[in-house]
Design a protein around this ligand. Sequence first.
Ligand code: 0RA
Length: 648
Amino acid sequence: MSENSTKPPQDPKATYTSSNITVLKGLDAVRKRPAMYIGDVSKRGLHHLVYEIVDNSIDEALAGYCNKIKVTIEKDNIITVEDNGRGIPVDMHKDEKRPALEVVMTVLHAGGKFDKGTYKVSGGLHGVGLSVVNALSEWLEVEVSRDGYVHQQRYERGHIMTPLKKLRETPTTGTTISYRADFEIFKVQEYEWEILAERMRESAFLNKGVTIELVDERTDEIQAETFLYEGGLLEFVKYLNDTKQPLHEKIVAFEGEKEGVPIEIALQYNSGYQENILTYVNSINTIEGGSHLSGFRTALTRTLNTYAAKNGLLKKNDVTLSGDDVREGLTAVLSVKVAEPQFEGQTKTKLGNSEIKGVVDSFVSDGLNEFLEQNPTVGKRIVEKCTLSAQAREAARKARELTRRKSALESLNLPGKLSDCSAKDPSICELYLVEGDSAGGSAKQGRDRRYQAILPLRGKIINTEKARIDKVLNNNEIRTIITALGAGFKEDFDLTRLRYHKVIIMTDADVDGAHIRTLLLTFFFRYFPELIINGHIYIGMPPLYRVKVGKQERYVYDELEREAAIKQLTNGNSDTKVSIQRYKGLGEMNPEQLWKTTMDPETRTLMQVNLEDAASSDRIFTILMGDDVEPRRDFITSHARYVENLDI
Ligand code: 0RA
């Protein structure tokens, strides 16, 4: 990286005007601090480059000029994105006095200047611009078919290598961008089919009628999948619910425009207890919600209550359905387009525009009312389900009041099993959730007690996927965790009271350990999404092997690393004596080893759990933890994809 910033590859013919120099400075800033632009330089950031280009093609589709996008993962980790839009303009840019294409590719945030008035993707990490992809690519080639010709230009690390060329005549239009990410910047080279496929599927759901093809040419057997959903969000909800049992066949779906805001919504109840509402603003998954979600929730609660009362569907007239009641077992997708979205929150995925709340509220009210009037059988089913939920909630509340003077969750006493740390500043405190008593003991001895707390988990953790909230709260291990966290629960939740800013799940590297980890992640995902969104949940990574040669030792995480370590430590000499220890569980490590490998911030590997892909997270948890055995068996991509590498 540094090599290039001091000695950029230059086109000998290029003349550098002062405006060129500012441009290069801009892109060099991206190369110096890539994380500022794409979040990180790990797997996530690498995949963001692909999204960035595809999102530009999607914008072209939104504008009504493109209906086909093809993404190819080629050998040597080259990505090609092709669309049949109008093509990026190639004529002279008035202010910059050079081709518009060149400006789009080399000036930060230049893309948006051209087409005002569309709902540009501009939140979170998206919409940073093609120039950012260009800056972070070892090379990038763009071909634009437009105005009768194929035009072409090549860049290396953001620098122009060839002037814009006319290649040949063509009657078509479109843009093709090929690039190879700069692996001096990215730590990870491999694109993951599943990650890209999930994202392309989501984009196709959100943009009905647009065909998105994904092709993987890296292996001899080429893999390809085409995503095209004429039904849009309706098909999205169907997909989300296909691992569950729908309560009604017909999906509630409507779309339109209210006060200039395009809104689309689809929903369907299932027989489960979880709510799964996905919301989007300009195709950005707003995982932190915001005003559009508030509007939707308010409308749903009010509309169902009014409908139920009006049609005499409530047993007693004084019963009201709460928000929780009407969202139990609800799968919904809401998509709005906002001209000037204000994104807030930790991950900039919370819609701030307050005017949107009322707009969505009244739109959803009208649409839902109409649907219920026209589909009374479905209406009745839904209200029945909500009423059952209300009754269960009420019964549970009464039972709690009777049996407990003060619920354990509110108690001021920390759980007895917790070995707390001495520091009180949550920002430096860590809570280790450790599988089993013996590992808990080692962790307790090995830890740095100033800032590391240990909570051994011995009992069974309830499967929160299959239980209603009252049952979940009756589970001892869950109660202990909630109390230790100190941030309350549900409506009493207060992030500022969280006692540890790192909550680290530490389980054995075996099947049981993976199961416990998934149970815990399911619990956090369903009941404490704020902790995940704010980056407080981590997975500790105990090594699988210790390789020792003489006095030198290495801890490694898989067989490949083991072999590499042996080679390195023996200098390839097969006569050297190597001792290999395989750890079946955390309990086999002594306190010092546990500290060195899994707990010492200097040497440990932690994975930070993120909620980037809420749609697939819900599916994954349903598949892993739900009733159906079949999909679980099919779910062989067992690597936790909702997990991202952090401080290696
Ligand atoms: C700026 C202006 C116009 C189109 C585009 C950019 C554009 C960008 C990308 C990126 C990938 N595919 C794309 N397709 C189009 C509008 C040009 C016009 O007014 O004709």
